[in-house]
Design a protein around this ligand. Structure first.
Ligand code: ZN
Length: 114
């Protein structure tokens, strides 16, 4: 589960940074999106998350994982977006995008802190 480990490490690094910026002392919920193309397994991601959060401000936090199929790129907005339910319209301008981008395996969607 090396890939899962490094992905969780990266995500947590982002989350801790964001929590610190917000002056938070506890992370309650982490919402992430992973690409189906990355071929990641949810269970090792969850165990890696539990392992790395032990003794941190994210200990006991809930990890919510959403899998998305494709990443599109809107040339007009210069914006990458994930396709949910095969929706290929740019969320910014509403135009249908044809260009498919891959490689971005994970995205930190939201963070609930206090
Ligand atoms: Zn657009």
């Amino acid at each position: 589960m090396t890939l899962e480990l490094s992905i969780i490490q990266q995500t947590l690094a982002l989350a801790f940074e964001q929590a610190e910026t917000e002056g938070a002392s506890q992370i309650h919920l982490l919402k992430i999106r992973i690409s189906k193309e990355a071929d990641l397994n949810i269970r090792p991601l969850q165990s890696a998350f539990e392992m790395f959060t032990r003794g941190t401000i994210a200990e006991g936090a809930h990890l919510e994982i959403e899998t998305v199929s494709v990443i599109y790129h809107c040339a007009l907005c210069d914006w990458d977006f994930y396709s949910i339910n095969e929706e290929d319209k740019c969320p910014l301008c509403g135009k249908v995008s044809q260009q498919v981008v891959s490689g971005k395996e994970i995205e930190l969607v939201s963070l609930e802190v206090s």
